[in-house]
Design a protein around this ligand. Sequence first.
Ligand SMILES: Nc1ncnc2c1ncn2[C@@H]1O[C@H](COP(=O)(O)OP(=O)(O)OP(=O)(O)O)[C@@H](O)[C@H]1O
Ligand SMILES: [Mg+2]
Length: 474
Amino acid sequence: MENSGLLKLNTFTPRETVSELDRYIIGQDQAKRAVAIAMRNRWRRQRVPGELRDEIAPKNIIMIGPTGVGKTEIARRLARLAQAPFLKVEASKFTEVGYVGRDVESMIRDLVEVSVKMVRDEETQRVQLRAQELAEEHLLDVLVPPRPAGLEDRPQAPSFSDTTLGRIEPARASANGEPSDATREKFRRMLRDGKLDEREIELSVPDRAGVFPMMQVFSTSGVEEMNMNLQDMLGNLFPKRTKKRRLKVPEALRVLSDEEAQKLVDNEKVIHEALQRAEQAGIIFIDEIDKIAGRESGKGPDVSREGVQRDLLPVVEGCTVATKYGMVSTQHILFVAAGAFNVAKPSDLIPEMQGRFPIRVELHSLGREEFFRILTEPRNALVKQYVALMATEGIELEFDDAALNRVADISAEVNSRTENIGARRLYTVLEKLLEDLSFRAPEMNGAMVRIGVEEVDGALGDIVQDQDLSRYIL
Ligand SMILES: Nc1ncnc2c1ncn2[C@@H]1O[C@H](COP(=O)(O)OP(=O)(O)OP(=O)(O)O)[C@@H](O)[C@H]1O
Ligand SMILES: [Mg+2]
């Protein structure tokens, strides 16, 4: 069982991972390398034979860097690449009022949920074709009801052998005087040709809006475990409700094939695979870890930061957590922590915690050159986003390079004069620059708009000159 085939881990080499990340994140090479190596180490460990494999623990990473320079963004992109169960948590949420003493282990349970959903989606995808076939048969049963029992039962599979024997379709008339197999095939053809798309049929579908919404009332109280079991219990207690719905044929096919897929997917197997994947390949990103650094007890109603670190320790170190799907060992889960560490330093974490995160990478604050590149280069670059948004109004938006350079300059300058919020400054500056256009766009019927340096200075010049004004507006 242990090695039911190697886990389907991402096979990127570190260099490939870095170049994938490069498509979205400018600079920060050190951090990219570290996460790329960590990911590859997963793959390597899977290939280490025997006992040694279990001894190899992941090298957890702390990303240190000011706000808005790509820490979260790197983790987010890594998650997509990794095809591994991934969970992001804010360390500070464990200290918040209202979450008092919130069980740190809940992040492992959440990770397992992610993993289960991931595996279930994959399995569902795998049985899709079969499910569609079954759904088609089911739908034909509704459209061409089998003859009532008593009359000869509709032959299931052998109906084809009749014809292969060279016999013409037997003239066993059904109630409406037509051979039902032939009718069925006729309907099948019509169905596939889309000729029944406008027909409506009545189906009983499971009514999912059931017990659960009301249950949410409990879940803030922090008694996660109880809540979780309660949900399961109640879910099983109430019979699955169904309701009749009239659906157009294509929609009905979709509903039926979802239902068949659910039946085809082997739940036991999904859970087994999901648990294994969470244990062996899971990644947990702990954001804002600096918010729990500091050894003094928190003041006021906050839970002590050190307390949270102590709770976190065993989870990072490797312990076993009970989830509703079974026990999960956290020993090989990779933890990536991130924080700005403006006030607290990594050395303010309790020593045991420091030891659990042996790899430290620094992310650098961003300057005007990076800003220019961030505006234009990434797949999801801000400028591309605005161009696409304006295109929906029929407006062709273009930026001169000089204008974008000016935007980068202004952003860097405002960052240095007021507060350095990193690349997020680009958002506020661009938004201000394009505010007027965004407002008037629908009335401009398809103009072409070109943003040059003059436009940038016109819209932003005064604000940038005035310190107080820029503090509020940009
Ligand atoms: N190096 C970068 N390359 C491309 N885009 C970036 C870069 N750094 C930041 N951004 C952009 O700025 C936004 C904010 O970055 P991100 O969320 O990664 O900040 P962070 O480092 O996690 O900051 P915080 O400490 O405040 O959480 C991102 O959505 C991204 O679009
Ligand atoms: Mg962040």
